[in-house]
Every structure is written in structure tokens, then in C-alpha cells.
Design a binder for this molecule. Structure first.
Ligand SMILES: [Zn+2]
Length: 369
């Protein structure tokens, strides 16, 4: 059932990955070292089942048919050969699900959608992982095990891959236009790897087995919330102490907050393919009066806004609509922003009695030393 459907999914997925592979090139060039093999996922020291492609269940498992399960087994074997654990195996399988529906196809973006690389050349992606020419020979890219090996070699070079959300780790290898594209395959991949290997992998939080969940708790904020600095009143900061957000040239922030934002944006661009959309930054006193008139209760009393310290921003989606709590950008910021000193204040958390629900409002609390 899913096999036929799978090919359709594959075509849709292929359309979504026009820049697949470019990130890999960047990774190879920057030669980030290490990454480790992640936590040990062999509960109780029990040896896992030997995975043998000749001995794969007839299936289906989670709706995936035998041929697809055999390819999943190839991926698992490639990971195990590199001493990579169950979590890595799940990342490999979910990536191939998102790229090819676990079928080693000899065509890709160019053939199905005329998709070109950023430099104008036709894309050349093929195989389980839709790898382009620079990944290896046609034979290697069409070989389930060899292509998986190429994928895992790139995965372990991704900084912090073992603790990133699985879909983000996959995305940093593949360079999908949607970093959350692979998330939808996470549960299926977990069930398949668990069945093939005998590892009791689970996505349930708190279960006493190998956790392959979405990446753990959000980091806690550090430093202090925005407040008076430099002896200035709120909304009365001299403009020569502020800098412009480089990619919009409009919104301004205190220099250290801006520097941290630029640094964070560099990672954001890698993951989303566009700059962090900023809807608001510093608001001087007159602008706060204006905002109060425009938004009423939603806006702070003039002279008290967090934006008046030049340490707060409002984030939009690509069309500059305010983001919601369910928006991928909010999720990404929750996971990544604190390490750059940017935090979502408690009062703006969903349902907090201390303030309005504002997914879009973020503040610079300073970086941990
Ligand atoms: Zn705000």
C-alpha cells in the first residue's frame, strides 16, 4: 500500500530539495571535526539482533513494504559499521524516507521538476539519499549501503549532530528547503529501526529505553532581562549607540545584541535559506506612543516597553506575519536562540498569567560566559 504511495511521496520530496548537497560541500570545506557517536543505545548491555538484508521481515512495518525495509536494513548496517547508534540509524532511515521514500531511484530533482542548483547547473541527485555528483560515483550513490555510508560520513561532521533534533541534523547534511521536512518520518523510522535491530527505541518521553526523541529540553536563559543601561531613559537611547540589522537596514539594536543576532542569523540562514524576518527592534519614545495608539492593550505604556532598551525584537514569518507558537521558526528559536543570548521571556510563554501570549517577542539577555 505504502509502496505505491511512497513513490508519490518521493516525487513530492524531491521537489522540496533543490539545493540538496550544497550544504555538504560547505561542510566538507569547513572540515568540522568530531561529532562523536552519541549516547549508547544498547539498553541493559543486551546485544542487538544481527541485521541481515537476507532476513528482513516481509512487512509491512509502519506501512513500509519489504523492498523499502530492505533498504532501511542497508542503512542500519552502514551505520553500525561506523559504530553509530540507534539514534543515528533512525536519522539515516528518516532522511532516506524524506528523500526517496526508501527506494533507490536513478532520477531526481532535475528529471521530475527541472530543478537547478544555485549556480544554474541541473541537479544531479539520485539514489536513496538523492545525492548529487560530488558525493560520489553513480554506482556508489545508487548503492543503498554505500550511499548510506556517504550520508553518515557527512552526518558525523555536523557540529553537535548527536544532540540536535533529528530533522535538523538530517537537514544540515541534505540542505532541504524546509528544515522540518524529515520530522514527519521520525516515528516510522524509529519503529522500523527498532524492529530490525531489536533495540527497544522509543519516542515516548520518560520511557526507560533508548530515547531517540526530539532532542531534549530547551536550554535555560542566562543573564538578565532588558532594563536600564548607560544612564539612558527608555526610548531615549542615542542612535549612535545602536546598529542596523544588516539584512533589513531598518531595525536597530544595541551593538552586543545586534552582534549576537547576526551570529544567530548565520545559523538560521543555513537552516531556513533566508534571513530571520525582523518585524520590530528598538522603539524610541515616540514610536512607543504610536504603537500604543495602534495596538492598545497589546502595547506597553510608552516609556516602559522592552523595545525601548534596544534589546528586544519581534519575529515574523517570511511574509512578516507575526509567528505563532506552532511556527517552525518559534520552535527553532526556542532550541537555538538561548545559546546566542536571545530568550523568549516567561511572560510571553503560552498561557502565562504574567503577560500576553507573544510567540514573536524575543529579548537579548546577554551571553553566558
Ligand atoms: Zn515585542
Amino acid at each position: 500500500m505504502k509502496k505505491a504511495g511512497g513513490i508519490l511521496i518521493a516525487l513530492a520530496a524531491i521537489g522540496a530539495v533543490p539545493i540538496a548537497g550544497f550544504v555538504f560541500l560547505l561542510l566538507m570545506m569547513s572540515a568540522i571535526a568530531g561529532g562523536g557517536s552519541g549516547a549508547n543505545c544498547f539498553p541493559g548491555g543486551e546485544p542487538p539482533k544481527t541485521v541481515d538484508v537476507k532476513n528482513v521481515p516481509e512487512g509491512p512495518i509502519a506501512g513500509w513494504e519489504h523492498e523499502q525495509l530492505v533498504n532501511a536494513a542497508h542503512i542500519v548496517i552502514a551505520a553500525k559499521a561506523m559504530n553509530l547508534d540507534g539514534r543515528a540509524q533512525v536519522i539515516g532511515v528518516m532522511t532516506a524516507m524524506g528523500e526517496s521514500s526508501l527506494i533507490s531511484i536513478d532520477y531526481g530533482d532535475w528529471e521530475t521538476g527541472g530543478v537547478r542548483n544555485p549556480d544554474g547547473t541541473p541537479t544531479s541527485s539520485i539514489g536513496l539519499f538523492q545525492q548529487q555528483t560530488w558525493w560520489g560515483s553513480v554506482e556508489d550513490r545508487m548503492s543503498p549501503q554505500k550511499s548510506a555510508n556517504l550520508f553518515f560520513q557527512a552526518l558525523v561532521k555536523v557540529d553537535g549532530w548527536a544532540t540536535l533534533q533529528p530533522t535538523i541534523a538530517a537537514h544540515r547534511v541534505q540542505g532541504n528547503t524546509n528544515p522540518y521536512h524529515y520530522q514527519q518520518f521520525f516515528d516510522d523510522a524509529t519503529e522500523i529501526v527498532s524492529t530490525l535491530t531489536g533495540l527497544p527505541l522509543t519516542t515516548e518521553p520518560g520511557a526507560e529505553t533508548c530515547q531517540v526523541g526530539t532532542g531534549g529540553d530547551y536550554p535555560t536563559p542566562n543573564g538578565d532581562p532588558p532594563g536600564p543601561w548607560g544612564g539612558f531613559d527608555n526610548g531615549r537611547i542615542p542612535t549612535n549607540l545602536l546598529g542596523n540589522v544588516p539584512w533589513d537596514g531598518r531595525h536597530t539594536l544595541r551593538a552586543d545584541a545586534l552582534e549576537a543576532l547576526v551570529e544567530m542569523d548565520r545559523q538560521f540562514v543555513t537552516d531556513f535559506g533566508y534571513h530571520l524576518p525582523i518585524n520590530d527592534g528598538y522603539r524610541d519614545y515616540d514610536q512607543q506612543v504610536q504603537a500604543k495608539e495602534e495596538y492598545g492593550n497589546e502595547a506597553a505604556t510608552p516609556g516602559t516597553s522592552n523595545h525601548g532598551w534596544a534589546l528586544a525584537i519581534d519575529i515574523g514569518d517570511q511574509q512578516h506575519w507575526r509567528i505563532s507558537y506552532s511556527h517552525p521558526i518559534y520552535d527553532w528559536l526556542k532550541r537555538n536562540a538561548p545559546s546566542y543570548g536571545w530568550v523568549h521571556p516567561q511572560w510571553a510563554e503560552p498561557g502565562d498569567p504574567g503577560g500576553p501570549d507573544e510567540a514573536w517577542h524575543w529579548e537579548f539577555w546577554g551571553k553566558a560566559n
